[in-house]
Design a binder for this molecule. Structure first.
Ligand SMILES: [Fe+2]
Length: 315
């Protein structure tokens, strides 16, 4: 796929520095944008995300460290490489830069060859992460296609994603795991793409053979997502969201501590949403009734009681 020339955003309050950088870069195959301060930089990144940012540290108002940490904390912008411009041998600036997530440094006054080499290498990395991102988008689109196969599960994955990430937060899991549970909510049933519509949408009771096919979906999901590194943290959720703590679930019949915590969370919110959603053959239950059923099932040894109590408190 032919992409546009890479876009570099130069953020510097000194006109002289901007001109020097421009002179170095204009003969290269790049598009260049400028920002004169931190606020303008964040604004430009939001409206037209660049492929790389050359960021001065000392600027009036918001300095380069603050700009960098803001970009690196935001999921949308964290993969844009940031190269900080430091004064020669300013060790403390480099340490601070590493702490706020800067990807590389160049010293001013600039060494042209070194600058260009660093930019080329980071832009190549950015290209890889964009491709990965594209692959992730394809998988997400697939998950949406699966949801669309069944008209009665409309909105299910978004609700489950929201429930799962907020239960993860309530359970004290770190922020990256909360995010994993959100994505897990979107992707948990992706393996249903390999189960025929006539089985998924069958209104009556499933035969044993049909149920066996349904029970394959966590394993199919694992196979779809395994080749993609960025999605690998979701695999325990995709593969084990139908396990039960007493070992009676599928596909592996894991029990107790063997069931990963994110999968236990997904199991509870998935069942809750299924019980409270309308189906072709019944209306969705109200909150109390659904929680009553989940409570009975956790007494039987299926679900994690602590997590269920936390979930009930949140509703
Ligand atoms: Fe499932």
């Amino acid at each position: 796929m032919q992409k546009d020339k890479p876009l570099i955003l130069i953020v510097d309050d000194s006109e002289q520095n901007r001109e020097i950088l421009m002179a170095y870069l204009e003969k290269e195959n790049y598009r260049i944008e400028f920002a004169c301060d931190g606020i303008e930089a964040l604004d430009k990144v939001k409206n037209n995300p660049p492929d790389l940012i050359l960021l001065d540290i000392m600027m009036p108002g918001m300095d380069g460290f603050e700009v960098c940490s803001t970009l690196k904390e935001n999921r949308e912008t964290r993969l844009i490489p940031v190269v900080m411009v430091t004064a020669l041998n300013e060790k403390k600036d480099r340490i601070r830069g590493i702490e706020v997530g800067s990807d590389d440094f160049v010293s001013s006054p600039f060494d042209k060859e070194e600058l260009l080499a660093r930019l080329r290498s980071l832009l190549k990395m950015k290209q890889f992460s964009d491709q990965l991102d594209d692959a992730e988008q394809v998988i997400i689109a697939l998950a949406r296609a699966v949801e669309a196969k069944d008209a009665y599960t409309k909105g299910h994955v978004d609700r489950v994603a929201a429930f799962a990430s907020s239960l993860a937060k309530e359970a004290g899991l770190p922020e990256d795991e909360q995010q994993t549970l959100y994505m897990g909510g979107i992707l948990h049933d992706i393996g249903k793409i390999g189960v025929s519509d006539s089985i998924l949408n069958k209104p009556g009771r499933l035969t044993d053979e049909e149920f066996d096919k349904i029970r394959q979906h966590p394993v199919i999901g694992e196979k779809i997502c395994k080749p993609l590194n960025s999605i690998s943290p979701l695999i325990p959720i995709i593969k084990h969201h139908h396990e039960k703590l007493d070992g009676s679930g599928y596909p592996d019949g894991l029990s107790g501590e063997e069931v990963p915590v994110p999968a236990r969370i997904m199991a509870i919110v998935d069942v809750y949403d299924a019980l409270t959603s309308d189906r072709p053959y019944r209306k969705g239950m109200d909150k109390e009734k659904a929680l009553g059923i989940l409570k009975e099932e956790s007494d039987k040894g299926w679900w994690d009681k602590n997590l269920l109590a936390k979930f009930a408190k949140q509703l």
